[in-house]
Design a protein around this ligand. Structure first.
Ligand code: ADP
Ligand code: MG
Length: 684
């Protein structure tokens, strides 16, 4: 029977005594197992460097010969600055020590010395943090030293020493947890080896090898939990197995005004497959703005209605609801499919009638905001819920429906792929479909970042586009958390533009208008009665007016990257060349990075990646509220591919009967047992 290192008190490691156990406790370490699991967060690199290969500001280690007499300046009794000339690779540099004048006597001209410090390329200065004399005492030159996150009286030196000791005493007892086949498949180090190298890598490559193994392990175990959970729930065939009429769906698709892209076909096939299964679909459809998600959703809704069920399409705003209703009507009309719009602006009477029709099954597809899933909305037979943009179909919504005796398939669509995918992959409870290509013939949008001083020229640009018969959006300055001020801004800009373009109609759209006012202005913009639309960000998602070719964003540096990309996605939807002009304060540094990202690329996946980079994943998810797992070694962003891999591997493993019975998987099953997979609540 193997020794459980987690049951072994950390005081078993020699040298952990006195106040040390208490100091380790502050880091959450009480057992040997926990100590070994306390990984360094980076390495200090003492590899000798060549001065011609380093950059200004790098922390480097070099070897050289002392070539002068040390000069010491004292400040008060203890503070000092000491300099000395050193020859490194036939270059004269100045080594600078602070408060280390006690080293003076050791600095004899002609002696060899190894120095670690921060390199100032311009002045050829090295500000020293560590000094070694070759041949004297223990050397760390040429090694990588782990750096731990420590508090209180603990030192790096003590931690390094103690880890070494712990590995020496207990390293051999570290058990393997990954199945041999996975170790082989990915050429991963055995756990024992990886742990040793993680704490004391011989080289950066070895450290990376070790990290790769531990990242995989961490993500695999996490995903195993998810996938096992999911597999156990999948068997509960409590969804609707839709008898999909494939020929009818094919005919529907053929009748569309365009041919589906290969991606759209693929994704639709995945959805149709899910619809026919007895378990509930929970699928994410991600695709860049303009990739054509709506028509895929419409085809799925069509399939569900043809199999005798109802569908619901949920969107974040009323404008979008109205737009989707119109496009669904266009597509469904020839088939006699009844649609309806359920929004907050219905009168009580209208609402009552609508709810009654829904319950009787007189309405096939209902479009609306989140009001759709409220407590008093009943369906006769709800088969599919599609949600468009931004809102994840949450746990609560599903349980509301369950209570009403419904367990529909769910399709969630999003145009901000990576962050969402990260989240979903992390939760592991959704299947993901991706639209990888845009419909053919789209011209990339040309994006320019300009300063407020160039406003006149921007107005000239608007005039040029509009006089050529196109239309423009102008998004107003954003004042965070004050809708009232945003509205005021929009009103001001609207007045200015009306003055600047007396020959055109300039419309105004903002969140304080009633739904019918908004609807009317959108209708006018869609039909080109209005040429320039001034708007707050209510316009942001999903709006589709192909004749508009220009998107102008005021205060662009105040918007997030994904939001800017969404805004830009409002143009470039037709055959004409489109433009996006971002007016940004050149003094805003973060803003500058965002403008650069926007002008660099049109690819939403790339934008989302940069967005994460700029915000940092912690920011992005607001880690605490998101409930996203925090990993010890893995990083949700940089290790995303491994996460996906681990997810597939875990899914495959739990599908195999021998996983649930075979002796070689006993420890993994025990792990699942410990994680309460078998007794926990249902996934939602
Ligand atoms: P999004 O993925 O941003 O929701 P939409 O569904 O609004 O994109 O589609 C954008 C535009 O592209 C719409 O006008 C739609 O009719 C059109 N479209 C969708 N699929 C195709 C296709 N395969 N070929 C040509 N145009 C398409
Ligand atoms: Mg859309």
């Amino acid at each position: 029977m193997a020794i459980d290192l987690y049951a072994l008190p950390v005081t078993q490691v020699s040298g952990v005594k006195g106040k040390k156990p208490e100091e380790l406790l502050a880091l959450g370490i009480t057992s040997v197992g926990q100590l070994l699991d306390y990984y360094p967060f980076r390495y200090e690199d003492y590899t000798l460097r060549d001065l011609t290969q380093v950059k200004d500001g790098d922390k480097i280690t070099v070897q050289g010969t002392i070539a002068g007499v040390p000069q010491v300046q004292m400040y008060g009794r203890t503070k000092s600055r000491m300099t000395c000339k050193i020859v490194v690779d036939s270059l004269f540099i100045t080594a600078v020590w602070f408060n280390r004048h006690f080293l003076r006597d050791k600095l004899t001209a002609g002696a060899e010395i190894v120095l670690t410090g921060k390199w100032d390329q311009k002045r050829l200065h090295l500000t020293i943090s560590e000094t070694e004399f070759p041949g004297q005492g223990k050397s760390q030159t040429g090694t990588l030293q782990p750096v731990y996150s420590i508090t209180g009286a603990l030192t790096q030196k003590w931690m390094r020493q103690t880890m070494k000791q712990a590995l020496l005493q207990f390293g051999e007892l570290i058990p393997e947890v990954l199945p041999a086949e996975l170790l082989t498949r990915y050429d991963l180090l055995p756990r024992k080896k990886a742990m040793a190298l993680l704490h004391a890598p011989g080289s950066l490559e070895q450290g990376q090898q070790a990290r790769r193994r531990m990242v995989y392990e961490e993500l695999f175990l996490f995903q195993l939990k998810m996938q096992a959970y999911r597999a156990l729930n999948h068997d509960r065939a409590d969804g609707v197995a839709h008898p999909v009429d494939l020929p009818a769906v094919r005919a529907f698709v053929r009748a569309l005004p365009f041919t589906l892209t290969a991606s759209q076909k693929q994704v639709l096939a995945e959805i149709l497959h899910d619809l026919q299964q007895p378990h509930c679909m929970n699928r994410l459809l991600q695709g860049d703005v303009g990739a054509g998600k709506t028509v895929v959703a419409a085809s799925a809704l069509f399939a569900v209605v043809k199999s005798g069920y109802q569908g619901a399409l949920m969107v974040p705003t009323e404008i979008l609801a109205e737009q989707h209703k119109r496009s669904l009507d266009r597509l469904f009309e020839p088939y006699g499919i009844q649609t309806a719009l359920l929004t907050g602006s219905l009168t009580d009477r209208q609402r009552r009638d609508l709810l009654a029709s829904l319950q009787m099954g007189l309405i096939d597809v209902v479009v609306g905001t989140h009001a759709l899933i409220q407590e008093d909305v009943y369906f006769r037979q709800l088969g599919l819920v599609v949600t468009d943009e931004q809102h994840r179909f949450g746990v609560n919504q599903r349980s509301i429906l369950r209570r009403k005796g419904m367990n529909p398939d769910v399709l969630t669509m999003t145009a901000t792929p990576i962050p969402r995918t990260l989240a979903i992959t992390a939760f592991g409870d959704m299947d993901v479909s991706t639209l990888r290509e845009l419909p053919k013939g789209r011209k990339p949008i040309q994006t320019y970042a300009v300063t407020p001083a160039m406003l006149e020229r921007v107005l000239g640009f608007i005039r040029r586009e509009v006089s050529a018969g196109r239309q423009a959006y102008v998004i107003c300055p954003l004042i965070e958390e004050s809708e009232k001020l945003d509205v005021q801004n929009a009103i001001d800009v609207h007045a200015q533009l009306q003055f600047a373009f007396p020959e055109y109609r300039v419309g105004l759209l903002h969140g304080r208008m009633t739904a019918s006012e908004k609807d009317e202005i959108m209708r006018q913009f869609s039909s080109n009665e209005v040429q320039v639309l001034v708007s707050t960000t209510v316009i942001e998602v999903g709006v589709d007016v192909p004749n508009s070719t220009l998107m102008v964003v005021y205060d662009a540096d105040r918007f997030g990257l994904s939001q800017l990309h969404q805004l830009r996605g409002r143009v470039g939807r037709g055959e004409h060349q489109s433009y996006c002009i971002l007016i940004a304060d050149p003094k805003n540094e973060v803003g500058k990075e965002r403008m650069k990202a926007m002008t660099d690329t049109n690819d939403g996946f790339e934008i989302a990646r940069r967005d994460l980079e700029l915000r940092g994943p912690g920011d992005f998810f607001g880690t605490k509220q998101s409930g996203l797992p925090e990993f010890r070694v893995a990083d949700m962003v940089t290790d995303f591919e491994t996460m996906e891999q681990a997810r597939d591997d875990a899914a495959e493993l739990v599908r195999r009967p021998d996983f649930w019975t075979g002796a070689s998987y006993a420890s993994l099953r025990q792990f699942l047992q410990r994680e309460n997979i078998f007794t926990g609540d249902l996934l939602d």
